[in-house]
Design a protein around this ligand. Structure first.
Ligand SMILES: *[C@@H]1O[C@H](CO)[C@@H](O)[C@H](O)[C@H]1NC(C)=O
Ligand SMILES: *[C@@H]1O[C@H](CO)[C@@H](O)[C@H](O)[C@H]1NC(C)=O
Ligand SMILES: *[C@@H]1O[C@H](CO)[C@@H](O)[C@H](O)[C@H]1NC(C)=O
Ligand SMILES: *[C@@H]1O[C@H](CO)[C@@H](O)[C@H](O)[C@H]1NC(C)=O
Ligand SMILES: *[C@@H]1O[C@H](CO)[C@@H](O)[C@H](O)[C@H]1NC(C)=O
Ligand SMILES: *[C@@H]1O[C@H](CO)[C@@H](O)[C@H](O)[C@H]1NC(C)=O
Length: 346
């Protein structure tokens, strides 16, 4: 709007000039309505530009002093992927100590010997991006965990982030390996942090007992069941029978059908009103992947319970949403309200 007001002001002399020219060259005789047309269009356009803020809806048009807004919890997306290589123990540790995340978000796959390990990519040559694998391994369940853990999972991060300093963090990042789910469960127990994950199996890799093996490893770790947010939709019934993990759904329909109370959706999937209605109904709403301050602020104003983020080190330092504004400022007295509209400098 500020831009439009500026443009209108800068262009107004042109409008004024043509308004006058209409008279000078006597067009009035042939087009008596021209002068009126110019004036009317200019006035309507100005009115629209000046009043259009009335049409702006934002959950952040609120008085944050009056409404108690709880800051959304932070869920570290693969740890703290801007501070350390994603899905490594260093990444999760930094997200716990430096961002105080409430939940570790990760990705689980199974090795040939049935050990769940943490790796996001799951297409052909799934180790290529984040490790130094040269054998072009395409299925996690073709190799044992010992082979996977012999790979380096941190050097790529140093190359990508062009960190050339020899700080302790850089040195530590360089030596990271692929963690097992058990390692992460131990860290989660230590800090009382929850875990949520996607369970992947690369296409065309033979069907193993992924859900059962994963559940077994979690149960064996002795972690408090309340700390596991179970997201994978396949075999949910089995998981419900064998554990009391918290069930998390990726859509409202399935969640209501199964009497769930935890939703995990993309940041753009719900409007502010929908978020509010869900929260009023007692549902915890997590939104992924939120990396920008303005987006985090909007979801904060809208009342989201938590966000999955790459940027926990920034969000953890925010004390209130950026850019909130009280929605209606009136200058009112007993005799009525005063509206002051600035006029363009014609
Ligand atoms: C906001 O929270 C304070 C205490 O934390 C409470 O006294 C107050 O009533 C709350 N206001 C609203 C509008 O909920
Ligand atoms: C990957 O890096 C690790 C540790 O730096 C090293 O021991 C291993 O030989 C490397 N593997 C390959 C295939 O280069
Ligand atoms: C651990 O976290 C859970 C869930 O967030 C909470 O209910 C519990 O009180 C916490 N336990 C400790 C010892 O802090
Ligand atoms: C999986 O197998 C099908 C059929 O053999 C093939 O068309 C497809 O390209 C394979 N996908 C991958 C990722 O290898
Ligand atoms: C999967 O594991 C469970 C329990 O460990 C076992 O009862 C079941 O038969 C297994 N299923 C398959 C397809 O291997
Ligand atoms: C949500 O889960 C269902 C299975 O319950 C799956 O088919 C669908 O692709 C998932 N949607 C998203 C957006 O991940």
């Amino acid at each position: 709007q500020f831009g439009a007001v500026g443009a209108l002001t800068l262009l107004s002399w042109l409008v004024f000039q043509s308004f006058n020219q209409v008279q000078e060259i006597g067009c009035l005789v042939f087009f008596p309505e021209s002068k009126f047309l110019i004036a009317a269009s200019f006035l309507i356009l100005s009115a629209f530009i000046y009043l259009c803020p009335l049409l702006i809806h934002s959950p952040c048009l609120i008085d944050i002093k009056e409404i108690n807004l709880t800051k959304p919890d932070l869920w570290g997306h693969r740890g703290a992927p801007m501070l350390a290589p994603e899905n490594t123990m260093m990444s999760f540790e930094r997200s716990a100590t430096e961002c105080k995340v409430k939940v570790f978000e990760t990705d689980v796959q199974l090795s040939k010997d049935g050990i769940p390990f943490l790796m996001h990519d799951n297409k052909n040559e799934f180790l290529k991006r984040t490790t130094n694998d040269t054998q072009k391994i395409s299925c996690g369940n073709q190799v044992d965990i010992s082979k996977l853990q012999s790979l380096n999972a941190g050097k790529w991060f140093i190359e990508v982030s062009a960190a050339s300093d020899m700080s302790l963090a850089t040195k530590r990042a360089e030596t990271q390996t692929i963690p097992t789910l058990t390692q992460l469960l131990d860290l989660a127990k230590l800090h009382n942090i929850s875990i949520i994950f996607d369970l992947y199996r690369p296409e065309n890799c033979s069907n193993t007992n992924d859900t059962e093996d994963t559940v077994k490893v979690i149960l064996d770790s002795g972690i408090n069941h309340e700390l596991i947010y179970w997201l994978p939709p396949q075999n949910r019934e089995y998981v419900k029978k064998t554990s009391s993990f918290i069930q998390v759904y990726n859509n409202t329909k399935e969640m209501s059908a199964q009497n769930g109370a935890h939703l995990n959706v993309k940041y753009s999937d719900l409007s502010a009103d929908e978020i509010r209605d869900l929260r009023n109904g007692g549902v915890k709403v997590n939104m992924y992947v939120v990396n920008e301050r303005w987006m985090f602020s909007l979801l904060w104003c809208a009342g989201a319970s938590s966000v999955t983020t790459n940027n926990c080190q920034v969000f953890s330092k925010m004390e209130q949403p950026d850019w909130t504004m009280v929605s209606d400022v009136h200058t009112c007295s007993n005799s009525g309200c005063l509206f002051v509209l600035p006029t363009p400098a014609v």
